[in-house]
Ligand binder design. Structure first.
Ligand code: HEM
Length: 332
């Protein structure tokens, strides 16, 4: 009898084995329905706080979109960017690409506190960043996509990762492409995601070199349209006024559209890293032309590339944590 029972138990366990394996394969993957049961209102709450913030200040859409990029390129999409300095943590907010530049952290705080009220310790800051980036794109007229979810938050930050992995606006084409490839992104992703510069602003300090001394010979960047350059020089002098703001796409600065690519064709891209997509590589030049001509194609690729970027090395399952406050790691 005992023998028969243990045989039956073994049979039963064997029958369950494929199920366990199958469940396991979900481990490590993100999926859009992640909060459907644990926090059904999560997406609605993020959207409403983002919408309010963008209504208060249209530029906020651009700032939130950029935060997801600056998060994902450093240790993966794990909200490491949102940590303030404390204890052994040196905040990524102090890095060269972020200092005096990355903004929108108060909006993340507002979203997080609304979510903690609705479903405590459930929705990660990393997922909030991914959702806020999508909502910002939609609110300004861009494409929508379903955001894969289930990221968890890091218990550390990397200042050096932030300085090294995020490309600089005066980097060479190959350097920028290499930094994208190191994240598993390709040239198509690079061009499509650079299309984010259809909204938002840049400081004078980020493109000054192009106006006065692009290659060290005292001459401006000749791939910058001359009268546009003269106009930029009026508020971006040789020295000082570093923080003066300029639209990245001067035609429709708060609208997510393909004018960014049309600007590049007119040699009116603001950053050197923008204009070189047209001038330094045949394949990216072709993509710029296609996106300038076909807004739908740009939108489709942008959505795909955002999902790809959002999938960079997430912390899942038992790795990382769900922070209670996006600025601090949890204390136990
Ligand atoms: C390809 C390499 C890239 C470089 C070199 C670059 C560089 C920059 C720089 C220098 C600024 C202006 C910052 C300032 O002066 O304060 C900026 C702004 C911005 N970037 Fe990028 N970026 C790149 C790619 C991306 C990507 C992939 C995204 C999003 C997916 C993005 C989204 C934005 C947005 C939306 C803004 C405007 C932010 C605001 O107005 O607050 N950028 N970027």
């Amino acid at each position: 009898m005992a023998k028969a029972m243990s045989f039956l138990i073994i049979l039963f366990l064997l029958a369950l084995a494929p199920l366990c394996l199958c469940l396991k394969t979900y481990g490590g993957y993100l999926y859009p329905q992640f909060y459907d049961h644990s926090c059904p209102k999560a997406q609605e709450i993020v959207k409403s706080v983002v919408a309010k913030a963008v209504a208060r200040e249209p530029r906020m859409a651009a700032s939130l979109l950029r935060l997801h990029f600056h998060d994902c390129f450093v240790k993966g999409c794990d909200a490491s960017l949102l940590l303030d300095s404390s204890g052994s943590i040196i905040s990524e907010k102090m890095s060269l690409p972020n200092r005096n530049s990355a903004r929108g952290f108060e909006v993340l705080d507002e979203i997080k506190s609304a979510l903690e009220k609705e479903c405590p310790a459930t929705v990660s800051c990393a997922d909030i960043l991914a959702l806020a980036a999508r909502d910002s794109t939609v609110l300004t007229g861009g494409p929508t996509w379903e955001v894969p979810l289930g990221r968890r938050d890091s218990r550390g930050a990397s200042l050096s990762g932030s300085n090294n992995n995020i490309p600089a606006p005066n980097s060479k084409f190959q350097t920028i492409l290499t930094k994208f490839k190191l994240q598993g992104l390709d040239i198509v992703d690079l061009v499509a995601l650079s299309g984010s510069h259809t909204i938002g602003n840049s400081r004078c300090a980020s493109f000054r070199q192009r106006l006065y001394n692009q290659t060290g010979n005292g001459l401006p960047d000749l791939t910058l349209e001359q009268s546009y350059a003269a106009h930029l020089r009026t508020r971006c002098p040789r020295s000082g006024e570093d923080q003066n703001l300029f639209f990245l796409d001067f035609v429709s600065p708060t609208k997510f559209d393909n004018f960014y690519f049309k600007d590049l064709l007119a040699y009116e891209g603001l950053l050197s890293s923008d204009q070189i997509l047209l001038t330094q590589n045949a394949q990216s030049m072709e993509l710029v032309k296609q996106y300038a001509e076909n807004n739908e194609l740009f939108f489709q690729q942008f959505a795909k590339s955002m999902i790809k970027m959002g999938n960079i090395s997430p912390l899942t399952d038992t790795r990382g944590e769900i922070r209670k406050n996006c600025r601090k790691i949890n204390t136990y």
